[in-house]
Design a protein around this ligand. Structure first.
Ligand code: ADP
Ligand code: MG
Length: 377
């Protein structure tokens, strides 16, 4: 099996595939790539290197991706000769916010109010009377973890933001008053069968996922709607593999925020809480098998992301966190093998599993005390 992209998602995929007996080729231009380090083979070349892609074709029967910013052109080139899941067509829609939003609208999925700004002329339409501010300008492509986004309160700020993005195509989204954010990870097989994980409630800090709470504290109607939308999205994209959908609830209204054509950070609880995790499903569906019924061994869990910030908790100084301080029952630490901690860089995560007599709030409190221990040591 081949995977394009060798970050932590690729690394968990590699582990899952190898556990099932597959050999894995990781294709990633970074020679320090976390997945490349454990792969059976690491092709360390740029994504548009045709000779290297030919080598991938010769070594693999099937190829998948770990993130949406792989050029769709690369997938198209591979899919001429080998199986690529998800297909370039689906990825090319999801990796571009303009295409993604118009796809969602066409599928009848509720999205927040937005405008396409793909040239400087389009800016002229926006004066302070236009009812979209406060808003967020997002580049159509290549954003992640809140990058490629600028909050704008008026027409002048919008113009400056667009110029600072070098007039690259963008969407302008109305800034919603968020009651809650949540996501769902689903898998869809080549035969069109679905598997869905429980909804995950997500809390972000500066545009980066901080905490995930399982199950999300939403109403049963919201859960039903969200699950229905996710399946419709997968079907309409002709999607094979694992996919995540992010949602907003604002003024009790449900909106789809965005789609991720891959396993998702918010699905990491499944590694410890379920018999088959989201990466197992990625391997299974990639091989053309049916996803395996997830059995949630631990119905309540909380995941805390560990960012590079922790390494700099004493100002500029780089300190190795004393993670051994937080070891204990039902606490599971995962580090991604990244050699260089940076502010805002995802270095690992911790999953805290709930016991039978604990409420969600109990597990959140336990998580916050673990966070405090890490920062204070
Ligand atoms: P990324 O690709 O970085 O995940 P998102 O579009 O999901 O980009 O934005 C990251 C986070 O920023 C969201 O999870 C949410 O917390 C906040 N955000 C994004 N768009 C909006 C919006 N229109 N209104 C309110 N908050 C938003
Ligand atoms: Mg997002």
């Amino acid at each position: 099996m081949g995977i394009l992209g060798g970050g932590q998602l690729g690394r968990f995929f590699t582990i899952a595939a190898q556990n099932m007996g597959y050999s894995v080729v990781v294709f990633d231009p970074d020679n320090q790539s976390p997945a490349g380090k454990i792969a059976n083979k690491h092709i360390c070349r740029p994504y548009d290197d045709l000779e290297a892609l030919d080598e991938l074709k010769e070594t693999c029967n099937v190829v998948t991706t770990e993130f949406e910013n792989i050029p769709a052109e690369t997938l198209r080139y591979l899919e001429k000769d080998i199986i690529v899941r998800p297909e370039s067509k689906a990825v090319s829609i999801v990796q571009n916010r303009i295409k993604e939003k118009s796809f969602l609208k066409k599928s009848g999925i509720p999205v927040g109010r937005y405008a396409v700004i793909d040239n400087f002329e389009a800016i002229k339409f926006f004066n302070d009377e236009v009812d979209i501010f406060p808003a967020i300008l997002k580049t159509a492509q290549f954003g992640y973890d809140g990058k490629g986004q600028i909050h704008v309160d008026n027409a002048l700020e919008l113009e400056n933001a667009f110029v600072s993005f070098n007039n690259t195509p963008c969407i302008l989204e109305e800034k919603l008053d968020l009651d809650l954010e949540f996501s769902i990870v689903i898998a869809r097989s080549v035969n069109g069968n679905y598997l869905e994980y429980p909804l995950v409630e997500n809390q972000h800090e500066s545009g980066i996922l901080d905490l995930s709470i399982i199950p999300a504290r939403v109403t049963s109607i919201q859960k039903k709607e969200a699950t229905k939308f996710a399946k419709k999205i997968a079907r309409d994209l002709n999607y094979i593999g694992v996919m995540a959908v992010e949602y907003f609830i604002s003024n009790n209204q449900l909106y789809v925020n965005e789609i991720a054509p891959r396993p998702h950070n918010s699905g990491h609880f499944s590694i410890d809480a379920c018999v088959y995790n989201q990466f197992d499903q990625q391997v299974l569906t990639l091989a053309g098998n049916e996803p395996k019924n997830e059995e949630t061994k631990f119905p309540i869990s909380v995941m805390l992301n560990l960012l590079g910030d922790i390494w700099f908790r004493n100002g500029e100084e780089q300190l190795e966190p004393k993670f051994e301080m937080i070891e204990g029952p039902k606490i599971s630490l995962h580090l991604y093998g990244k050699s260089e901690p940076r502010i805002g860089r995802k270095m690992g995560h911790i999953t805290i599993l709930g016991s039978e007599n604990q409420s969600i709030e109990d597990v959140i409190r336990k998580t916050e005390s673990i966070r405090k221990t890490i920062w204070e040591n």
